[in-house]
Write a protein that binds this ligand. Structure first.
Ligand SMILES: [Ca+2]
Ligand SMILES: [Ca+2]
Ligand SMILES: [Ca+2]
Ligand SMILES: [Ca+2]
Length: 339
């Protein structure tokens, strides 16, 4: 889609740590560097994250990193500086976001439909013009009068006319790997969503290493795209996921097994030391001496490197994948099937 109306397609994506990024199309298949999308007030769009301040801490959920100057540690985020003080700890974390760009209210301007880690879906209506977008404040979408909150969070929205009545509907990938369909029974200008219907059941959530399959299996955190993949005129579903399986490789020899066991034992020990250090560096009882903090941070980096080496030597018991599944639509009804 072309977000800035210059006739060249752009790429818009959600992220972990949570912001929405745009890669401006430069033509001939090349794109500019990622930029964080801002709303009309100049605030970075990050619907599931942001800044939470309490008496003892400032928690920043988003794309922020620590910097140091002569006054100490600080974080810059959304045009503001948050400084670490003996009374107030600054913490940085992230959350997942997923975005669909579509004209949600039929005014000819592209809007942002953003899914967040808690499973909600919000719309940022575009109050600008075709050449100059200006996104308003987020409004959570409702289905059957209730705010959408998909199973296991991690909402991955997609806007498409799924039932073929000419009005855009909402399709959402869910944290448990399922896909929900919310029919728009309003109009293009005034969408109203019906209660969600499960299009695709959940994937496998299992973490029991012994029971993990060795073959590709549908996983979790579904992200969807609606497209007529086989060109029969009916919309089909492409579903991306996150899945875990056991490596499909031969059993280790007794000698290899011995090495793996030794690495596992050492890994346990190093992991213990690592969490001990993390405790020293966080929480209200944390170390406050600058030199001591520096020393501990360096040690932490060393341990992290060693842990990566040991995990490799221990022979990982599982591997992670992201598959893309095709579900071909069989009839104009809501029925879909796996090929
Ligand atoms: Ca463009
Ligand atoms: Ca619009
Ligand atoms: Ca429709
Ligand atoms: Ca099709």
């Amino acid at each position: 889609m072309d977000l800035n109306g210059d006739g060249i397609k752009d790429i818009v994506t959600g992220s972990w740590p949570g912001e929405i990024f745009v890669f401006w199309g430069k033509g001939h298949g090349s794109y500019g560097p990622p930029e964080k999308l801002k709303d009309k007030d100049g605030d970075i769009i990050n619907v599931g994250g942001g800044v939470q301040e309490t008496d003892s801490s400032i928690l920043i959920t988003g794309d922020a990193e620590f910097k140091n100057d002569k006054e100490g540690r600080y974080v810059e985020y959304n045009g503001k500086t948050y400084r670490q003080t003996p009374e107030k700890e600054v913490l940085v974390t992230g959350c997942a976001s997923s975005v669909a760009v579509a004209d949600w209210n039929g005014d000819g301007l592209l809007d942002l439909i953003v899914g967040d880690i808690s499973g909600h879906v919000s719309v940022y209506l575009n109050e600008g013009t075709k050449d100059h977008y200006a996104f308003g404040k987020p409004v959570r979408l409702k289905a059957n009068g209730k705010e959408i909150a998909v199973p296991h969070g991690d909402a991955g929205p997609c806007v498409a006319d799924w039932d073929g009545d000419g009005e855009p509907d909402l399709i959402v990938g869910c944290g448990d790997g399922s896909v929900m369909f919310y029919r728009n029974f309003g109009s293009a200008k005034e969408p109203k969503l019906a209660e969600g219907v499960v299009l695709i059941p959940p994937g496998t959530m299992g973490h029991d290493e012994e029971k993990l399959p060795k073959e590709p299996t549908r996983g979790t955190r579904a992200k969807v795209c609606v497209v007529d993949y086989n060109g029969d005129g009916l919309p089909d579903l492409l579903v991306g996921d996150f899945s875990i399986q056991r490596p499909n490789r031969p059993e280790p020899t007794p000698e290899e097994k011995k090495k793996q066991e030794a690495a596992k034992t050492e890994l346990n020990k190093v992991q213990g030391e690592f969490s001990g250090l993390v405790q020293k560096l966080s929480g209200s009882q944390r170390v406050k001496d600058k030199d001591e903090i520096k020393k501990l941070s360096e040690e932490l980096t060393k341990l992290r490197t060693r842990m990566t080496e040991l995990r490799k030597e221990a022979g990982t018991d599982y591997e992670t994948h992201g598959w893309v599944w095709l579900f071909v639509r069989e009839s104009p009804e809501k029925k879909v099937s796996q090929p």
